[in-house]
Write a protein that binds this ligand. Sequence first.
Ligand code: SF4
Length: 296
Amino acid sequence: MTALPFSQALDVVTQALRAGVSGHPVAGIESLERLRKSRAPAAELTGRRGADPGIPHPRRTESTVLSSAPSSLPKAPVVARVPVVADVAPGFHSLDALREAVSVCVKCPHLMASRTTTVFGIGNPRADLMFVGEAPGAEEDRAGEPFVGESGVLLTKMIVAMGFSRQEVYIANVLKCRPDMPSGASDNRRPTAREMAACLPYLREQIRFIAPKVIVATGAVAMEGLFGETGPIGKIRGRWHDFSGTPVMATYHPAYLLQSGTLSNKRKVWEDLLQVLERLNLPVSEKQRGFFLPKS
Ligand code: SF4
């Protein structure tokens, strides 16, 4: 396990003590205050002034159920048990400040301990079109970029078929850390509802800064992360949803197309994306309209 800088480790311990760790004492307000004040000399040791500038100090709204003290957290538990904070104070002054805050986020200690890096998002920060997926997988965790690997290649093809380059749109996930897996596992697990609830405020802020005209949510988990329980993707895709005033088109995840890439499913996704082009008031060529139609 990578050793944390003192200030981050202190955040983890403070969060655990405030919430009360199962089997461990709960700290009183006075003790927490003394612990908080101890940040100053630590910051000086690391060459920083005052509190970590990139770490938000969110309102704690959710109780914590830690199975062990943070220093002995298992390297990669399969089941996430430790969503510590379900909200984050808004008010970041820029997308870069938000990225910085995410890069040192400790709200899910089990994910913080297992991630290689956070995966914030990539693309045009002024994009009209934004894609939202569920969470980084193993490759994204290593690369620090969402939608790399096979799914990413297919998503990029879809973006290009729409008439954009990958750099012209913005791509992000609901979850900014890879859901933890046993050491060395190359497959991925679905993020839990609690993990997504903890991370959603970051995505909200991202969307606020980017202000896309349209969001495409890829897959049921991304929709669940944005809206809560929404039902099977087969029932909710192809329709418009509203995320705080931004229209969201739900469609299948590229990974699903890779697994069950029937012409019919490809056409369904393409029809969803045609709706997006129309919503963006972009011209659609006859060639584009005909993609994935069965040849007569
Ligand atoms: S998943 Fe999101 S909320 Fe949880 S530690 Fe990572 S960045 Fe923080």
